[in-house]
Design a protein. Structure first.
Lengths: 157, 254
C-alpha cells in the first residue's frame, strides 16, 4: 500500500511538472506583448516602400513603444503602401504633423515605425493620417547607390 | 543473391504490416485498459516518465547551456548576442527538445520496456498469463505503451524548459547578456505555432518510441541472446524512425 502511494505521488509530481513546463513554454517564451493597451486609436501613414515591416511591429516614439502596426495594405490607386497604426489612447496629444519613418533595430534587427514629434497644436486622432513619412531603407539599394557613386568618384580622380 | 534480396524485402514489408496490425490491436485495447485498469497505466507513467526525469533534466540543462554558449560566441561576431535567447528557445522547442528527449527516452525507458517484456516472454510469464485467461497484451503491453505515450510529451516539455533555464544561466549570469533583451527577443520570435510543432513532434515520437519498444519486446526471441538483440534493435530503430519523422513533420510544418 505504501509503495503504491509513493508511485502515485511520483507520477502525480511528474505529470504536474510536465504540465507546468508546457505552461511555462506557452506563456513565457511566446507572445512578446511589450505593448498592451485597452483603448487605442488608429492612424494611417503612407509609405513608398515599407521594406520588411510586418503587422505587429512596434510603433515607438523616443524609444518607447506606444503602439503597434495592425495592417499593411497596398493602395492600387495611389500606388503606395498604407500602414495602419494602433496607438495607445493615453497618447492622444501627439502633434498632427509628426513624421513617421520605418527604422531598423540594430543591424540585423526587425523593422519598426518610429514617430518624431512635430510642432503642430492639433493632435493625431482616430482616423487621421500622418503626412510626413520616410520609407524603409533597403540595404540593397543603398549598397547599389554606394557602388555606383564609388565608381564615378574613381573615374573623376 | 536476388533470392536473398527478395526475401529481405518481403520480410521487411511483412514486419511492417505486422507492426501496423499490432498498433491497431493496442489501440483497440487502450480504452478498456484506461477505463478499467488505470492504475497499471499510472505505474507505467511513473516507470517511464518519473524515473527518466533525472537524465532528462541533466541532459536538458547541459544542452541548453551549450546552445547558449555556442549561440553567444557566434552571435557576438555580429553584435547580436541579445538574440541568443531567441535562438536557443527556437532550437529547443522545435527540434532539440523533442528529438533528444525521444533518443534519451529510447535509451532509458524503451530498452527497459523491451527487455522487461522480452524477459517475461523468455521466462514464459506471458504464456502463464494466457493460461490463467489473462490477456498479456491487455495486462502487460498496453499499459506500458500508454505510459510511454503519456510520459514522452511531458518529458520533452520539461527538457525544453530546463534547457532554457540552462541557457539563461550561461548567457545571463555568466556571459552578461541583458536579462530583459534575452527574454524579450525570445518572446518576439517564438510563436505559438512553434510550441505546437514541438508538441506534435513529441506526441508522435512518444507513440513511435513506445510502439517500437513494446513490439520488439513482445516479438523477441525468447532466449538471453534474443532479448539482448531486441533491446539493441529498440534503440537503433527508434533513433532512425524518430529522425525520419522529425524531418517529415518539419517539412510539413514549414
Amino acid at each position: 500500500m505504501q509503495q503504491t502511494r509513493t508511485v502515485e505521488l511520483g507520477t502525480g509530481l511528474f505529470a504536474l511538472l510536465g504540465m507546468g513546463a508546457l505552461f511555462f513554454l506557452t506563456t513565457q517564451t511566446t507572445g512578446g506583448e511589450d505593448f498592451s493597451a485597452d483603448k487605442t486609436f488608429k492612424v494611417t501613414a503612407r509609405f513608398d516602400n515599407v521594406g520588411s515591416l510586418r503587422p505587429r511591429a512596434p510603433v515607438s516614439m523616443s524609444g518607447v513603444t506606444i503602439g503597434r502596426v495592425t495592417r499593411i495594405d497596398f493602395d492600387p490607386v495611389a500606388l503606395d503602401a498604407v500602414v495602419t497604426l494602433d496607438i495607445d489612447a493615453r497618447y492622444d496629444q501627439l502633434p498632427e504633423d509628426s513624421d513617421a519613418s520605418i527604422l531598423t533595430a540594430g543591424l540585423l534587427g526587425s523593422q519598426y515605425v518610429g514617430l518624431q514629434a512635430g510642432g503642430s497644436e492639433f493632435y493625431l486622432e482616430e482616423g487621421s493620417e500622418i503626412m510626413l513619412t520616410q520609407s524603409a531603407i533597403v540595404l540593397e539599394s543603398l549598397i547599389g547607390k554606394f557602388l555606383v557613386r564609388g565608381g564615378s568618384d574613381d573615374s573623376s580622380d | 543473391m536476388f533470392r536473398d534480396l527478395y526475401y529481405n524485402v518481403f520480410e521487411f514489408v511483412r514486419t511492417f504490416g505486422a507492426l501496423q496490425l499490432f498498433f491497431l490491436r493496442l489501440l483497440a485495447h487502450s480504452p478498456t485498459v484506461i477505463w478499467r485498469r488505470f492504475g497499471l497505466v499510472t505505474a507505467q507513467v511513473h516507470n517511464t516518465g518519473a524515473l527518466s526525469l533525472v537524465i532528462i533534466i541533466i541532459c536538458g540543462f547541459f544542452v541548453g547551456a551549450v546552445l547558449g554558449l555556442q549561440g553567444f560566441s557566434n552571435l557576438a561576431r555580429f553584435n547580436a548576442e541579445d538574440s541568443v535567447g531567441a535562438v536557443t528557445a527556437l532550437a529547443l522547442v522545435k527540434e532539440l527538445g523533442p528529438v533528444i528527449t525521444a533518443l534519451l527516452f529510447a535509451g532509458r525507458a524503451g530498452t527497459a520496456l523491451s527487455s522487461e517484456i522480452g524477459l517475461m516472454k523468455a521466462t514464459d510469464q506471458l504464456s502463464a498469463m494466457e493460461m490463467m485467461a489473462v490477456n498479456p497484451i491487455r495486462r502487460v503491453v498496453v499499459p506500458r505503451f500508454l505510459g510511454g505515450v503519456v510520459a514522452m510529451p511531458l518529458l520533452a516539455a520539461i527538457f525544453s524548459m530546463v534547457g532554457l533555464l540552462g541557457s539563461h544561466l550561461v548567457c545571463v549570469s555568466l556571459l552578461g547578456v541583458d536579462v530583459g533583451s534575452f527574454w524579450q527577443q525570445m518572446q518576439l520570435s517564438v510563436e505559438i505555432a512553434d510550441i505546437n510543432e514541438g508538441i506534435v513532434k513529441s506526441v508522435v515520437f512518444g507513440i513511435a518510441a513506445s510502439l517500437i519498444a513494446v513490439w520488439e519486446g513482445y516479438n523477441a526471441i525468447p532466449t538471453a541472446e534474443g532479448v539482448g538483440r531486441a533491446t539493441t534493435r529498440t534503440v537503433v530503430i527508434t533513433a532512425i524512425v524518430v529522425l525520419i519523422f522529425d524531418f517529415m513533420i518539419t517539412a510539413v510544418a514549414i
